[in-house]
Design a protein around this ligand. Structure first.
Ligand SMILES: [Zn+2]
Length: 418
């Protein structure tokens, strides 16, 4: 299967982009292809990588706003999640995929429950994803055993889907919800299966204080001390990391997902120390977090808020300039996940989007990257291609009306049961 995007703008020049199978095979020559897209006037950009989310939480969009993290989780989200059915996760994930396709995301790193159903939704929608069944054992060995069985079964089911686009990972929720024994078991399994590990780390001051009281160490130090850290760990948030922890993460090669909107909405109290992490050479990307704490999955919005939050937090408008924000959202996320994506380059995966700049909010074009980060929004995406397959053309995704209806129904029923 081949696709030619003719007369499209790549890195500031009009050219032809040729995709063969799931890779970008050539940039420059006009070639015969099975599908030809007219790229005239449009700009090709790499698809975004959402490095931390809980896709099916789209069902809780607008359900519990304006609460602190512990009330939000313990009084509203966890009771509702206890009623989640596998079918809810399927429709919630489908809705998330639809939103991501429409706003230019082609890969996401997800942690939630019933992930075999999430995998089916991702397979149907055509995106690339790393999926981890969330482990929340609350220090209960019986509960841990059950969840490990579920996680391993889910990962086998994902492997049986036989697609390179969807890879299983391990998802210990956080150090305050997962026992040391379970963390160590996950380390062993991740080594054996060469899977990524996705964990929330240093999100709130309470997490740091409790860890200090219990172990005498800060969260990242604690994870290092038990031998959990490695270059396969994607740590979400990192708001309260101190210099000694940044050193530990850099040494281990762990990656950090910055989720500025969720941190601000739940008022985590500190901004991820971007400059220090960058200076230490830690690979970082951007995440939206789930739609219950954002409330959208729009990576354009996340780039802008990341740049603004970091400038504000550092008291310096030169911090996190537009180009760095754009790179975090594309190449940074791709590096963190170890995929050949995040740039438009021959040999890379054909995960890309087309944007039509002929819009008021993108005019004039003094600086396109500035426009993408500070002025654009998901609605500027015209075409989305993932793994060489066109998932959206002229702003339209197949089956979208049905997804909106079914996911809306699932959300209404779920909240009624909760
Ligand atoms: Zn999260």
């Amino acid at each position: 299967m081949s696709t030619l995007i003719k007369d499209v703008d790549v890195d500031g020049r009009a050219t032809h982009l040729y995709i063969e199978g799931n890779r970008i095979a050539e940039i420059g020559k006009r070639r015969e292809a099975d599908t030809v897209l007219d790229g005239r006037g449009k700009i090709a950009l790499p698809g975004f990588v959402n490095l931390h989310t809980h896709a099916a939480m789209t069902l809780f969009r607008g359900y519990a706003d304006d609460l602190d993290l512990s009330t939000w989780l313990e009084a509203r989200i966890w009771p509702a999640e206890a009623k989640l059915s596998p079918e809810d996760v399927y429709w919630g994930t489908k809705l998330a995929c639809l939103e991501m396709i429409k706003s230019g995301t082609t890969t996401f790193n997800d942690m939630y429950f019933h992930m075999d159903e999430a995998a089916k939704a991702v397979k149907d929608m055509g995106l690339r994803a790393f999926l981890s069944e969330g482990i929340v054992d609350l220090n209960d060995p019986g509960r841990a055993a059950k969840q490990f069985r579920a996680a391993e079964e889910t990962n086998r089911k994902i492997e049986r889907l036989k697609t390179d686009r969807i890879r299983p990972a391990f998802g210990p929720h956080a150090i305050y919800t997962v026992s040391k024994d379970s963390l160590l078991r996950i380390r062993e399994l991740a080594d054996k299966e060469e899977s990524l590990v996705h964990i929330h780390l240093s999100e709130t001051k309470r997490e740091v204080d409790e860890c200090l009281a219990k172990t005498g160490m800060r969260p990242a130090k604690y994870l290092e001390s038990i031998g959990f850290l490695g270059d396969d760990v994607i740590a979400a948030h990192g708001c309260w990391l101190d210099p000694s922890e940044i050193e530990v993460l850099a040494r281990a090669g762990a990656k950090v997902a910055h989720c500025p909107i969720s941190n601000m909405k739940l008022s985590a109290g500190a901004a991820m120390p971007y400059r220090a992490l960058r200076e230490a050479g830690v690979v970082m990307g951007l995440g939206t977090d789930g739609a219950a704490s954002n409330n959208s999955l729009d990576m354009f919005e996340t780039m802008k808020v990341a740049a603004l939050l970091q400038k504000f937090a550092h008291g310096d408008p030169k911090t996190l300039p537009a180009m760095e924000a754009f790179e975090l959202a594309t190449r940074g996320g791709a590096r963190a996940l170890g995929i050949d994506a995040g740039t438009i380059r021959v040999g890379n995966l054909a995960d890309l989007i087309l944007v039509d700049p002929r819009r008021p909010e993108l005019t004039p074009r003094h600086n396109d990257v500035s426009n993408w980060v500070y002025s654009a929004h998901g609605g500027v995406v015209d075409t989305t291609i993932c793994d060489g397959v066109v998932l959206m053309r002229d702003g339209h995704v197949k089956g979208e009306t049905d997804i909106l209806e079914r996911a809306g129904d699932a959300a209404r029923d779920l909240v009624r049961r909760a």
